[in-house]
Design a protein around this ligand. Structure first.
Ligand code: NAD
Ligand code: ZN
Length: 248
């Protein structure tokens, strides 16, 4: 099946990749839906929302401090590096991620749309202004916004919140024009990100799914690899390089 995909890819100019938490699983970042996704028995949905923050900001910050520390210690895996190589291989390439861990950038990928923000950044709950601080946020003494006094929160998109309109707009316009669309390590249930592959397919893109488990997208995929992204993507890049006669 890999050979067949390589033949198809050699005719594709515009490639769009969507990644989810599974992409970073092999780096040691827990996904939300796996058992290891639980922290002190809370489900992420119970903590990653504005009501939880209003009710108990200390608890929510404790969780983010734990996740930040975890993410600061991990490294990109071979899948992240293979995506950086894909970016160089295709004439036009866009990476769309739901991950907040910054590992795609750490692996050297340039064209990245971060749909759900970045866990390393902070902003004001009330006026959205970015807030920079040395070291970690003290969950017992959450800083206030210097402009409006609002509580400082992580700069990520919580459940029930809108995505940045420009970012999601760019993501859809790239999906519409894609020749090939990869959905990698995402459960494909969190919208609007989950609509991106469907949109791409409807507009004629070849749809490729890489996920050890089936998702609502599996039925629709032209190529489905029940595999870990950290293993499959490097093999795919090797196969692509072979057919194009070596080089980088
Ligand atoms: P999810 O947790 O719902 O699903 C992860 C998917 O990855 C599952 O379908 C699973 O089968 C698959 N998977 C697991 N290991 C894999 C591997 N090695 N290779 C390929 N696929 C693998 O994650 P989601 O779809 O991204 O959506 C949940 C939300 O969680 C997102 O909004 C995201 O922002 C957030 N999140 C981000 C991170 C991160 O930044 N690393 C981590 C956890 C959650
Ligand atoms: Zn403010």
């Amino acid at each position: 099946m890999l050979d067949e995909l390589v033949t198809v890819l050699s005719r594709c100019k515009r490639c769009v990749v969507l990644t989810g938490a599974g992409m970073s699983a092999e780096s040691g970042v827990p996904t939300f839906r796996g058992d290891e996704g639980l922290w002190r028995k809370f489900r992420p949905e119970e903590l990653a929302n504005v009501d939880a923050f209003m009710a108990n900001p200390e608890l929510v910050w404790e969780w983010y401090n734990w996740r930040r520390q975890l993410m600061a210690e991990v490294e990109p895996n071979p899948g992240h590096f293979a995506i950086t190589a894909m970016e160089k291989w295709f004439e036009h390439f866009t990476m769309i991620t739901q991950n907040v861990d910054g590992l795609h950038r750490a692996a050297g990928t340039k064209s990245i749309l971060e749909l759900h923000g970045n866990i390393a950044r902070n902003k004001c709950l009330d006026c959205n202004r970015p807030f920079e601080i040395e070291g970690e946020i003290d969950s017992g003494q959450i800083p206030a916004c210097p402009k409006c006094g609002g509580k400082i929160r992580p700069d990520v998109v919580w459940f029930g919140e809108m995505l940045d309109p420009e970012t999601i707009q760019s993501a859809f316009s790239e999906a519409e024009r894609a020749d090939v669309f990869f959905s990698i390590g995402t459960s494909a249930v969190v919208h609007p990100a989950a609509s991106l592959p469907v949109t791409a397919k409807r507009q004629g893109a070849v749809l490729v799914e890489i996920n050890p488990e089936r998702t609502p997208l599996s039925e629709l995929a032209d190529f489905r690899f029940s595999a870990c992204s950290g293993e499959l993507l490097p093999s795919l890049m090797d196969a692509l390089r072979e057919t194009s006669g070596g080089g980088d």
